[in-house]
Design a binder for this molecule. Structure first.
Ligand code: ADP
Length: 236
């Protein structure tokens, strides 16, 4: 499998705080990585670097074989990555407007956009939610809409920052199913979680951070699964 992202000799500090320091980390295409570690261990910092949203103080980042130069807007590379936060921001307006947002930035509008919006909503179990206002959604539904918005643009890399922390059980179940199926459908996933049992429910490769350093895998290249299970197919 190809390396989608490779980090080499990365360090990021905030003032005197060393947020992240790692000699090497490889994210391979078609994998689901589970990022764990206590609060403050550097998970969000790592996700933001992987998402090309945060430039490390030193080190090299390679994305799809290309070294990131950190010059100019990086739009071409950033469009291949989506970061979904724990409490995502939905714009005022309808669910359809929200899900179509990334598509419109990429020049996809009209019937084609409507179709992609409908498919993405169906994937997260929200068929027919297009006209709902964002103020009419539960927390779990809002997170599913945010996931649909992320999926609609078919990112190569989906970064999830504690996506299941604030959602109801049913939404968590649906989202776990969707997340588990993404790698075999062309989207590599790196997901952070506080839940110690998360690895039991997802066919994932673990990355554990401690004090800004990678505790496992040694050498930065994970080759074993948290939990062996078949990867379900997903219609997208
Ligand atoms: P996690 O996501 O695992 O909780 P973070 O990556 O958010 O960890 O933080 C790693 C370290 O960097 C922590 O010590 C945190 O306090 C510090 N940190 C993160 N963001 C900032 C910031 N914007 N300013 C100052 N310190 C920060």
């Amino acid at each position: 499998m190809q390396n989608l992202v490779e980090l080499r000799a990365i360090a990021k500090r905030y003032g005197n705080t060393l947020a992240l320091e790692l000699s090497r980390l490889v994210i391979r295409e078609g994998e689901l990585y589970l990022l764990t570690g206590p609060n403050g261990s550097g998970k969000s910092t790592l996700l933001n670097i992987l998402g090309l949203l945060l430039r490390p103080d030193r080190g090299e980042v390679f994305f799809a074989g290309e070294q990131v130069k950190w010059q100019g807007p990086l739009t071409r590379l950033r469009r291949q990555v989506t970061l979904l936060h724990q409490s995502p921001y939905l714009f005022r307006g309808s669910v359809a407007d929200n899900v179509a947002y990334g598509l419109s930035l990429r020049g996809i509008t009209g019937t084609s956009a409507q179709q992609k919006v409908a498919e993405a909503l169906a994937t997260v179990g929200l068929d027919g939610f297009q006209r709902r206002k964002n103020t009419e959604l539960s927390g779990g539904e809002a997170q599913r809409v945010a996931m649909a918005r992320a999926l609609a643009v078919r990112p190569k890399l989906l970064l999830l920052d504690e996506p299941l922390a604030n959602v109801d059980k049913e939404s968590a179940r649906v989202l776990e199913e969707v997340i588990a199926a993404l790698p075999s459908n062309g989207t590599t996933v790196v997901m952070s979680s506080h839940d110690p049992d998360q690895g039991e429910r997802l066919p994932c490769t673990p990355i554990r951070l401690q004090g800004g350093r990678i505790e496992s895998p040694p050498g930065g290249e994970a080759t074993f699964l948290c939990h062996q299970m078949p990867r379900p197919a997903l219609q997208l």
